[in-house]
Write a protein that binds this ligand. Sequence first.
Ligand SMILES: N[C@@H](CCC(=O)N[C@@H](CS)C(=O)NCC(=O)O)C(=O)O
Length: 285
Amino acid sequence: MSEAPAAKRQKASTPDDALPATYKLIYWPGLPGRGEHVRLAFEEAGVVYEDTAMHEDAVQTVLAQISTDNLATGSAPNVPPLAPPILEHGDLTISQTSNILMYLAPQLNLAANTSSDDPNAIYRLNALVLTALDGLSNEVHDSHHPICTSLYFKDQRTEAIRSSKQYVKERLPKFLGYFERVLKAQAERDAENKWLYGTEFTYADLVLFQCLDGTSHQFPRAVKQLREGGEYERLFALYEAVKQRPNIAAYLASERRQAYGEGIYRYYKELDVVPDDGAEAEKKE
Ligand SMILES: N[C@@H](CCC(=O)N[C@@H](CS)C(=O)NCC(=O)O)C(=O)O
């Protein structure tokens, strides 16, 4: 169980009083991974949650869920998950990061006014989240494993170098530019807007923060160069603002925040390329 400070031990609102307000995150131990998006939402909201990654039998807990023997035949009509993160809440079991967040965010007050005056907010937020996960998580992972996830890095090193050069040259600026554009559009609606969705802080801001943090871990030189280029000022201001939110800052400084390891975001010196390296590489080929 995570060690949330006493002041943060409050219950989340649930859509159904019959559901116990204890959330269980099932994820691999030893790395932030995609489970981190779910943790950050819980931490920002200050709710109690169980994180099985912190348990001794963490791996077995994940394996039991994703085993080909798991037919999810309990009384609730759950479907078996293919991969973590997995959320259990009462008799509900769901997987897929964005799906879990879509379920949690309204309960954790991280989805703007989805439940009242802006019922479509959740779909706009989900589009932002899926876009961040596409370009600043899945594609970043695929840069170090461009051939196949099941092969070792050393067996796809050459392809990973080429893939990383292309990524930082073309894809990374495209996705950073997209989120800068979203923020610019918000600011044009109201100069006070600094978040992805209007005046309110939402889980999309948290996801973007984590995606940018992980991408910076894998490609520190490229992110630094692009940041210093000055084209993404709103985006990096959002990154810093999320990092400084009291509950997030406390979490990042705690032992619950795990170091990046052999997960989605990995540091390999030979992949720490900058957009200009990419241009060079293509000229030589
Ligand atoms: N689209 C899924 C991807 C899930 C995923 O790839 N999970 C990783 C850990 S972060 C995993 O264990 N994958 C095992 C596999 O794909 O075989 C999500 O966002 O939840």
